[in-house]
Design a binder for this molecule. Sequence first.
Ligand code: SAM
Ligand code: SF4
Length: 415
Amino acid sequence: MNKKDSEIIAAVLTQSGYVQVSDEDTADVFIVNTCSVREHAEQRALGFIAGLKHWKHARRVVAVVGCMAKRLAHDIATRFPFVDIILGPDAYRKIVTFVEDSLHGTRILETELTDETYCGIYASSTAVTDFVSIMRGCDNYCSYCVVPYVRGHARSRPFDDICQEVENLVQHGVKDITLLGQNVNEYCHGEVSFAGLLRSVATIPGVFRLRFLTSHPKDLNNEIINAVKKCDTLCEWFHIPMQSGSNRILQLMNRCYTRERYLNLVARIRQAIPCATITTDLIAGFPGETEDEFFETLDLMNTVRFDDAYLYRYSVREGTKASQYPSLPETVVKRRLQEMIMLHGKIMVEKAHEMYGKEYEILIEAPAKNNASRGKTRGNKDVVVHEHLNPGSVANVIINDVRGRTAIGTIKKGA
Ligand code: SAM
Ligand code: SF4
């Protein structure tokens, strides 16, 4: 989401003649786009901003933007007097004026949340894969999560605007597009539902692969599963964050589904689309999680055998409901996360071995070591191909080697 937001900021500035540079010595403006989801991300951003003191001088502008800028605007302003601009996630449209004002000595602090969807701003891309934001904000208020407070209420971007951005990306050669939102299943604009949006975008000429991120288990319905099953360009990959395997913890998290309902969803997906990959997010050490409840999460991991998982230790976020609950000792949380990482690693290795001997369509994304190439399956699995292929090319690959959790293959003869 932040990567996409950075592209939006770059697009706004580029339209006014600014040029993106990778060497900070040649830059006039330094923009730090920040995340607030976990404390660790904020600490890293704060450390990074502190280091910019040495870069800053009178004719240079430092901007801190994004969720942490929204959440800690006044702290940042006080702690870092050299920061010229502080912007929340809805203020990027005016960034050019803000930069110019700050060059005239005005300090800017703009963190109001609005209905902004950045309609009409299309980032150009030269990559093989790219994201298209279809929604912003979130109304689900999971008890641990800061997103609704820093990104505002859920709103959907107009259908035509999404299609326009997808067409632009396709014209620039993008092959694999991911539709983005905190809970894309809730997309709704006028008469267009998320399943309707998927069916329409999937048939835009030139779209080669289409994905979506993130689905909420409470809202991923059969119509969406059927759209994936029926549209050739829609990839068979479902990212469905589970968060915990325990019903009591799920209720405390305000997730609005049970373990049984989640397992039923997984079964429905696998029955409809046997080759589907299912990935998830899990949190270790939510306040009050007992040892037995933690084992329910490990048990769920063993039952579903996710194709990949983002594993987090619970991080207290000020202002959320869960921040009022007493935290578990840090040693317990760390140990539980470690156990989850170990189990997940073992499953990932087994999953990579299951790919052995099978054939996959690989979209090449980048070169790899030793004149090889790196790409992805439709199910979003990384594969190394023993040949040099240009990014954007597509190959049918047979997996004939597995190292750790990486599947390696060669191009199918005669393909
Ligand atoms: N909207 C998506 C959903 O509900 O599945 C996820 C968005 S959130 C930015 C990404 C992931 O961060 C969540 O799925 C959750 O696992 C994790 N996360 C969010 N808040 C957290 C917290 N306070 N501590 C630890 N992990 C957290
Ligand atoms: Fe956060 Fe829950 Fe919204 Fe996801 S659905 S962004 S976890 S509040």
